[in-house]
Design a protein around this ligand. Structure first.
Ligand code: ATP
Ligand code: MG
Length: 295
């Protein structure tokens, strides 16, 4: 049976409109009936994604950058590994961004991610990204002190507005050059995060996933929500949309993400490069040569 359709626009804040996260659900209608149905639907999506990725690669013009941002335990890792599980690893790279190193801090805040951007024909995935610079850094502005910024920038009133602008313009630049940027905010409720943290403590094989830092950041929940709201409001554009994905149900979130990625790729109107008549003749000639070669 066909999977229920989703409309990506339902998850997309309108550029220029203020985002109020309280009005965006953390759970939504389930796209699957049970675990078995979920697996079946995901396999179908993954197959389709794999075909589309091959065409993206063959046509060699566009690249796709998928950015994942979320609170801890929202399911970024699972969404990335499950949705991309069938894509040829040669056409896809995943990068996780942790607090920047000394070398990274010695450059502007877009530097370290720029060198990891996907080349034409490829899909790049950022597990966290330059958006951390207006999220965790905005929640903990003391981090700015260690960034070596010019004093007038640091003291000036326009620091955050300047960062949003840098990001928006950078993404427009990427768009003009063939990189399609799609951003996912996995929207988790505070209660569901509590439940998942407890699970990480209770289940031995999940212990490694839990750290004291997660607890520390949870205490800043409201500040994070405010930082996300500002960030989504300022950086959602037509060319590089944000999607606010209800994430209280992990499996559903993965299906929503896979559908959005599929629809984004389909929207590029990709096709395998056209084989000219001359090229067909050439291929036939090579085929004849091969057929006559001794084994
Ligand atoms: P998980 O916890 O699921 O393994 P994670 O993405 O939370 O995945 P961690 O190693 O726990 O990985 O955390 C990475 C940390 O790095 C996050 O707290 C994030 O805020 C921080 N970080 C990433 N980029 C920056 C940045 N530019 N400046 C400061 N901190 C950053
Ligand atoms: Mg973490």
């Amino acid at each position: 049976m066909g999977a229920p359709k989703i409309h990506p626009r339902d998850f997309r804040p309108t550029p220029g409109e203020r985002v109020h996260l309280r009005r965006w659900p953390t759970h939504t209608k389930r796209l699957y009936k049970g675990e078995k149905d979920y697996r079946h639907l995901l396999v179908k999506d993954v197959d389709e994604l794999s075909d589309l990725q091959q065409i993206l690669y063959a046509s060699g013009t566009y690249s796709l950058l998928l950015i994942f941002q979320a609170m801890d335990a929202a399911g970024k890792d699972g969404a990335i590994s499950h949705v991309m599980s069938g894509v040829n690893p040669e056409g896809c790279d995943v990068h996780s961004f942790k607090p920047p190193s000394a070398e990274e801090r010695a450059h502007d805040f877009l530097w370290r991610t720029t060198v990891r951007l996907p080349g034409r024909g490829r899909i790049g995935i950022f597990n966290r990204s330059y958006y951390e610079e207006v999220l965790v850094v905005r929640v903990h502005p003391e981090i700015l002190q260690g960034q070596g910024l010019p004093a007038e920038e640091l003291a000036g009133p326009g620091l955050w507005a300047g960062r949003y602008r840098s990001i928006v313009e950078f993404e427009k630049h990427l768009h003009r050059n063939g990189t399609r940027v799609v951003k996912f905010f996995l929207h988790l409720s505070r209660e569901e995060q509590r439940r998942r943290f407890l699970e990480r403590i209770d289940e031995a094989d999940k212990n490694w996933k839990f750290s004291q830092d997660d607890m520390k950041e949870r205490a800043f929940w409201n500040d994070y929500m405010q930082a996300y709201e500002k960030c989504l409001t300022e950086t959602a554009t037509k060319g590089s949309p944000w999607y606010i994905v209800p994430a209280d149900d992990k499996l559903n979130a993965r299906l929503i993400v896979s559908r959005i990625v599929i629809q984004t790729l389909k929207g590029l109107g990709l096709a395998y490069p056209v084989v000219t008549r001359a090229r067909k003749r050439e291929l036939r000639a090579i085929g004849r040569q091969l057929a006559h070669q001794r084994r």
